[in-house]
Design a protein around this ligand. Sequence first.
Ligand code: TLP
Length: 350
Amino acid sequence: MPTIDLRSDTVTLPTPEMREAMARAEVGDDVYGEDPTVNRLEEMAASMLGKEAALLVPSGTMGNLAAFLTHCPRGTKAIIGSESHTYVYEAGGASALGGIVLAPVRNLPGGELDVEELQREIETPLDDHFAMPSLVAMENTHNRCGGAAVALSHMAEVREMARRRGLAVHLDGARIFNAALALETSARELAATADTVSFCLSKGLACPIGSLVCGSREFIRRTHRTRKVLGGGMRQAGIIAAAGIVALTSMLDRLAEDHRNARALAEGLALVAGIHVMPVARRTNMVVFEVEGGAEQARRFVAELKQRGVLLSARGATSFRAVTHYGITRADVDRAASAAGEAAAQAFAD
Ligand code: TLP
């Protein structure tokens, strides 16, 4: 039986059409702005997100980092979610490399920012004791909040709060097309709540590499330099961009299948005794769940599941995440749910 790899949608492999497009891509030196395929992808991304310009970077982490470094002068404060990817999973890069103070504001279970805490951070007094805020960042879909799609109305509220104080807004939209689908809106509408947006090609859209930072022409011009500082200027990157063009042309509609499969998986796992699925109001392609009985029991459960060919990622000692994606079928999630039933029975019996 082939392995069912639910660790992340980052494990997706490029489609045959992508491989074909990559092989045929017309390329040039992108550091000189001379790669026609990169230029085409950047124009496409900017127009889909309703921004003036876009920049291809190697990863989502670099996309967020380059945006933060461009937005925030050293010693200023970027206000971000306490559960945000940037705060938890990006190795503190904005602080380490940019001298940026990361000021976490509590994320609610649905991925929203606690607006009262946000208001307090935004209202930092104009006094020499305090790091001055320069940026507010949101994340949608919200990874650590179970892949929840965050409502557009909340995003609009955050944007207004930031604007009143003259702060820029960045959106980590690594999975913005999943969010748009779940919210029955467009990526462009979501992007309109932020000055800059980064999104990933290499997650549910199945590209091997690549993220885009989108914003005003002036901002992207400055981010081009930041990308160079970070060593992220690539040369014949059209090889990568070609897959991105295929993704933006033909991989968006199929995300609905991943969302259906995640719902089916959540329902299947909820039936397993000893497993508690984190409820998510607007589920996308993730299922987060807790295993009862402590760390040792949870470890046994995951080992049993692995023996049955199902891989998950750990989120804590007793908490796990499963992600549906291109290459995972309804039959796979049904098999994963029944394997979870067997693994739980085995792990809890021992
Ligand atoms: N997330 C990865 C891991 O780092 C946890 C995953 O498997 O989900 N923003 C968000 C919201 C993300 O989920 C990720 C990747 C990134 C940024 C960073 O993207 P990459 O991995 O391309 O640097």
